[in-house]
Design a protein around this ligand. Structure first.
Ligand code: CP
Ligand code: NVA
Length: 310
C-alpha cells in the first residue's frame, strides 16, 4: 500500500523518530546522500503562497540527485479546472512523489486517495506535518531528547500548525498548554481534540487548551507561536484578530515565566509586534532560523522514507 503523509499522526512515533534521526544524519553528512534519489521527480502543487516550503523541497530534491517541478494551481483551484481524480492519476504516471499545498483538507485527502505514488501535505487547513518533523528535529538538537518536555503554544489555535503540534506532542508524551482566545474561530476543532485525547491515552501526554497566557508559559521548555493571519484570512479580519490575539503575544514577560533554557519557535512567516515582540524573535532564546533550516533536512529524510530508501 502506498504511504502518504497528510497529517503527522499518519506516522507512528517510531516512524517520526526514524525520519528525524535520518534527517540529523543527512544534515551532518549531506554528500553521502547526493545520488540517493537520482532520476526521481517530485511534483509540487501550490494553491497558496510559500517561501520556505517551496525552496526547501526544491533544493532538497536537487541535493538528493532528483528533480522538483513547481506547479501553481493558484489561478485554477484544484478540482475545478480538472478534477482531482484525473490530476492524481495523470501525475502518478509521470512522477515518484506528489506534494501539495491546498486550502481545503478534502482536496489533499482526495488527491491521496487517487494517487498511485506517495502524497505529502505541504499545508492545508488541518495539518502541516513537514513543519512538525523539522520542529521536533530542532527540539531534539537543542534539548538532546524528545521526552519529558513541556511545550506551550500561544495565539491562533484554530490552525493547521497547532493541530499537528498537538498531535505530535500527544505521540511523544509531552505536556502541552495551548493558550488561545475563547470562541470557535480561535480554538481547536472537536475532531482534533478527540484525536489528541485518543493518542494521549497510549503515551500519557497531557494536552490542555486554556485561555490564560501566563499560566501556559509556566515551566515551559518550548514556547511556540504561529501567524495571526494565516494564508487566506481576509485582510478585513486583521484588526479584529489582532485585538483577540494580543493577550497571547509572546513577549519577554512570557519568556521570563518559562524555564531559563526555554527555546522560542515560530514556523514563520512572522510579524514582529504581532505574534511575538522583536526582542523575543531576535533574542537569545529564539531558534527560528535553525528551525527553518531543518525543513530542508527533514524533508530530504521524509522523501527518502517514502521512497523506501531506508
Ligand atoms: N513555515 C512555512 O511553511 O513557511 P512557508 O509558508 O514560507 O512555506
Ligand atoms: N498557519 C499558517 C502556517 C504558515 C506556514 C498558515 O496557514 O498560513
Amino acid at each position: 500500500m502506498v504511504r502518504h503523509l497528510l497529517k503527522i499522526s499518519d506516522f507512528s512515533k517510531v516512524e517520526c523518530e526514524n525520519v528525524i534521526n535520518k534527517a540529523i544524519e543527512i544534515k551532518t553528512n549531506s554528500e553521502k546522500f547526493n545520488t540517493a534519489l537520482m532520476g526521481d521527480t517530485l511534483l509540487m502543487l501550490f494553491e497558496k503562497p510559500s517561501l520556505r516550503t517551496r525552496i526547501s523541497f526544491e533544493t532538497g530534491m536537487q541535493q538528493l540527485g532528483g528533480h522538483a517541478i513547481f506547479y501553481s494551481i493558484k489561478d485554477s483551484p484544484l478540482g475545478k479546472k480538472e478534477n482531482i481524480h484525473d490530476t492524481a492519476k495523470v501525475a502518478s504516471r509521470y512522477v515518484n512523489l506528489i506534494a501539495a499545498r491546498v486550502y481545503k483538507r478534502e482536496d489533499i485527502w482526495d488527491l491521496a486517495k487517487h494517487s498511485d505514488v506517495p502524497v505529502i501535505n505541504m499545508l492545508d487547513d488541518f495539518a502541516h506535518p513537514c513543519q512538525i518533523l523539522a520542529d521536533f528535529m530542532s527540539i531534539k538538537e537543542k534539548k538532546g531528547q524528545l521526552s519529558n518536555l513541556k511545550m506551550s503554544y500561544f495565539g491562533d489555535a484554530y490552525n493547521n500548525v497547532t493541530y499537528d503540534l498537538m498531535r505530535m506532542c500527544a505521540l511523544f508524551g509531552f505536556k502541552m498548554d495551548v493558550a488561545c482566545p475563547k470562541g470557535a474561530e480561535y480554538t481547536p476543532e472537536q475532531v482534533v481534540l478527540d484525536e489528541v485525547e485518543e493518542l494521549s491515552k497510549a503515551t500519557g501526554a497531557e494536552i490542555n487548551v486554556l485561555h490564560n497566557a501566563f499560566e501556559a508559559a509556566l515551566d515551559s521548555d518550548i514556547i511556540y507561536t504561529d501567524s495571526w493571519m494565516s494564508y487566506g484570512i481576509p485582510i478585513e479580519k486583521e484588526e479584529e484578530r489582532k485585538m483577540a490575539f494580543m493577550p497571547f503575544q509572546v513577549n519577554s514577560k512570557i519568556i521570563e515565566l518559562a524555564k531559563n533554557d526555554v527555546i522560542f519557535m515560530n514556523c514563520l512567516p512572522a510579524m514582529r509586534g504581532y505574534e511575538q515582540t522583536a526582542e523575543v524573535i531576535d533574542g537569545p532564546h529564539s531558534i527560528v532560523f535553525d528551525e527553518a533550516e531543518n525543513r530542508l533536512h527533514a524533508q530530504k529524510s521524509l522523501m527518502l522514507f517514502l521512497r523506501e530508501k531506508y
